[in-house]
Ligand binder design. Structure first.
Ligand code: BGC
Length: 772
């Protein structure tokens, strides 16, 4: 855990330069706009430790799987989000001496991520080996007002010398992925061009043949007078530069602007890219850095207006939730149904921009409440479009008759994860996809989704579960063998309670969904029956399995068992683990982890969270106490579920502790892995901790209900949700709740199990005395 980020409500601040923290900061200060993004690498040369990262959404490379021993069924490749062209490079030489913070004495270093207006600012003074001092202020942003544009402004002043400055502006596409399996470079050059409008580099990904053009216009001013740059004739492939040199006098500032565009063949025909890039870049240059920055601030103001959470009385918590909301909005905007939410977004290579179950289990609730309905619908349609591939994927593993197994990791619907215990066994992801359909309909009331898309997906998933279980003569129940639950610190286990529970639920829900479609639209139902060759016998098979599946339970403890034999393990609590041995995944051998009782992330508790109405509070408490004390939360997805459940159990201290942990996971580098990139998908879980946890918001029988709870450390908190065409602003105070709505009709809302009818405008509901 680190503690170097200064808490401020709207800003993420790093004071002072510590090269050891640089990769963490590169992740924390990342920028993006849903279409492209970048780690917070420096503009100028830096030879110190760094993870260079520029990424373009949806552009990937199928890196051939590398494993020691090949097993049948392994995916051929692991899809990598690609480190792409770096548009922002600047090289400074003062009388021949290179500006490189790795070789300088750096003072007054400050990095600020301004979340309110959406830009990154860095200031520092650097003393070169010769004693020359320069002062720099650099600002940059990825525009969310126009997601094809990014821009920077670099202001430099020589403090104690006059001399010759050689300046080079670079576009560098000769880049690698650090995680490349064979040290391969993933891009080929298509073309390089430089003219008055800018410099243009077009690259094509090997194998997948995505073309990406990066166009950059560099403008330099000395004392507000424009300085011309000349194109360098460089013979290097995938690299372009322009240079100038002049005498710079002490205290005389220079201003460099780089305005950049990245366009890809996903959105334009390859042949059109050069022309489009010139048009997009030309318009942005004409608008100018300052105006583009103002557009950015205005666009972010709208985002905050829709989705801000305001916490009063706790700056660290306020900063953290804004950081989470900011990063989610930087990663995914919902504009493009082909895109999804990568666990690391645009902030690192690991997990990259691929799609995981994280989207369905964690991100959907955030987008359901804070974005137009189409955004969540698009996320569901994304999986509908991959249904055929999911059926093929199941076939590869030996399933048939339309059974669908969605991939654990994917870019285009194909499985591209290659650890057998996850690829073949972590099949619970299939259930999360079904649950997301249910969740979407529960929230929006949009049952039409089922007949258009959802039912086909549910049928494929139900068929998979049917074939994945087997009848145990011994237990006289259906069992599911050889799985990995959400807790990846156990592999190849039998009867994971979560997976079995989820499978049974899916089998029932697929039947319910079929009944809904049959009743509301018999014609569509017939179409789906014909397309999927569904027969009635399947429903009775599904029902039989759902009713007779084995769910391990320990009578004495009164808890569900994570899997068969869990209690055979030596039962040690996390509180007995010395701090020096954590995180386990960095300190212990994998063998030791697998044999231990320690749990990576919510597993039984994930199930109790999804299906909370099936369990009474006492049962929840027993399971929570048992499993929480054995959980090490080494997945970022874990603390939020615990926070929500702790709030439900009225354990305010625990709920708050887990909230801080989920919300400041990256800011405080809890799991010692922020340098790889941020945990974007778990950030939606942070939002859930506040809205579902502290506010206790649920949708029950088409109505909103709340069980508010205010952490002691806060004086109030407020958030907005959109619900079925109505906007609500909810403020939770110590003894009352204020609801503001634009609803034209009276709105029924349940608070602490009591129904209130709320009218348009503001309603104050006191719940003094109701708190237990
Ligand atoms: C977690 C998975 C998750 C993945 C990507 C892993 O560490 O165990 O549940 O899907 O990270 O976030």
């Amino acid at each position: 855990m680190k503690n170097y980020i200064q808490a401020e409500e709207w800003n993420i601040i790093e004071n002072g330069f510590d090269a050891h923290l640089n990769k963490i900061s590169e992740s924390l200060f990342s920028l993006g706009n849903g279409r492209m993004g970048q780690r917070a690498n420096f503009e100028e040369t830096y030879t110190g430790d760094t993870l260079q990262g520029n990424y373009v959404a949806g552009v990937y490379y199928p890196d051939k799987t590398r494993v020691g021993w090949w097993k049948n069924g392994y995916p051929e490749y692991f899809a990598k989000v690609l480190n792409a062209t770096n548009w922002m490079g600047l090289e400074f030489r003062f009388d021949g001496e290179l500006l490189d913070l790795n070789l300088c004495k750096v003072t007054a270093f400050k990095r600020v991520l301004n979340m309110q207006e959406g830009y990154l600012e860095r200031t520092f003074t650097a003393e070169l080996a010769s004693g020359k001092q320069v002062k720099v202020n650099a600002k940059r942003f990825f525009s969310i007002a126009n997601d094809e544009i990014a821009a920077l402004h670099y202001h430099l002043i020589p403090l104690n010398f006059s001399g010759k400055l050689e300046l080079k502006a670079v576009i560098d596409g000769d880049v690698k992925n650090q995680d490349s399996n064979y040290e391969e470079k993933f891009w080929d050059e298509v073309s390089r061009a430089q003219d008055g409008s800018g410099s243009y580099l077009t690259l094509r990904t090997k194998k997948t043949a995505f073309d990406v053009i990066t166009g950059v216009k560099t403008l330099v001013y000395k004392n507000e007078q424009a300085v011309q740059l000349g194109a360098d004739s460089v013979s290097r492939e995938k690299y372009l530069s322009e240079s100038t040199s002049f005498t710079l006098n002490q205290n005389e500032g220079i201003d460099i602007y780089k305005i950049a565009t990245n366009l890809s063949s996903q959105n334009y025909a390859s042949a059109e890219l050069p022309e489009k890039a010139r048009a997009v870049l030309g318009a942005a240059v004409a608008r100018g850095f300052q105006a583009l920055l103002e557009d950015q601030a205005a666009a972010w103001a709208t985002k905050w207006e829709e989705g801000d959470i305001i916490i009063e009385g706790d700056v660290a918590a306020q900063q953290a939730i804004r950081f989470n909301i900011f990063q989610l909005n930087q990663t995914y905007t919902g504009k493009d149904a082909r895109l999804n939410i990568g666990p690391k977004g645009f902030t690192g290579e690991k997990y990259g921009g691929s799609t995981y179950w994280d989207t369905e289990a964690y991100c959907i609730p955030f987008y359901l409440s804070t974005a137009p309905q189409e955004v969540s619908r698009n996320l569901l349609i994304y999986r509908y479009k991959h249904l055929e591939k999911a059926i093929e994927n199941a076939q590869k593993l030996g399933f048939d008759k339309g059974a669908a197994l969605y991939p654990m990791v994917t870019m285009n619907g194909e499985e591209c994860h290659n650890e057998w215990e996850i690829t073949f066994e972590e099949i619970h992801r299939n259930g999360a996809i079904a649950f997301a359909i249910f969740n979407y309909i529960r929230y929006t009331g949009d049952t039409s989704y089922l007949k258009e898309y959802g039912l086909e997906v549910l049928i494929g998933i139900a068929r998979f579960w049917k074939q994945r279980v087997n009848w145990s003569v011994d237990k006289k129940q259906y069992v599911m063998l050889g799985v990995t639950g959400p807790n990846e610190y156990e592999n190849n286990i039998n009867n994971n309670w979560y997976t079995n529970t989820l499978a049974a639920w899916c089998l029932k829900y697929a039947t319910e969904a079929a009944d809904i479609v049959k009743e509301n639209d018999p014609e569509q139902y017939q179409r789906i029956v014909a397309k999927t060759t569904l027969i009635d016998q399947e429903f009775s098979d599904w029902k039989n399995i759902a009713e007779n599946i084995y769910l391990p339970y320990d009578q004495e403890l009164g808890v569900f068992l994570q899997q068969d034999g869990y209690l055979d393990k030596e039962q040690i609590l996390v509180s007995n683990l010395p701090a020096s041995e954590r995180p386990l995944n960095q300190k212990w051998s994998w063998d030791r982890i697998l044999r231990s009782c320690f749990i990576k992330q919510a597993d039984v508790l994930q199930g109790m969270y999804f299906f909370e109405d099936d369990y009474d509070l006492e049962s929840l408490r027993r399971n929570f106490d048992f499993y929480e004390s054995r959980t090490v939360h080494e997945s970022s997805l874990s603390p939020c579920v615990h926070s929500i459940l702790a709030a439900k159990l009225n354990d305010g201290d625990k709920a708050y502790e887990f909230y801080l942990r989920t919300s400041r996971l990256d800011l405080d580098d809890y799991n010692n892995d922020t340098e790889d990139g941020l945990h974007i998908t778990s950030m939606a879980g942070t939002w859930m901790s506040i809205v579902e946890g502290f506010a206790g918001m649920r949708v029950r029988a088409d109505k909103l209900s709340f069980n508010p709870f205010l952490p002691e450390q806060w004086t109030s908190f407020a958030f907005k949700v959109g619900f079925r065409g109505i906007q609500l602003k909810i403020q939770i105070k110590r003894d009352e709740m204020i609801i503001h709505t634009d609803s034209k009709e009276p709105l029924d809302i349940t608070i602490f199990n009591k129904l209130h009818t709320v009218l348009a405008g503001e309603t104050v509901i006191s719940y003094k005395g109701l708190l237990v």
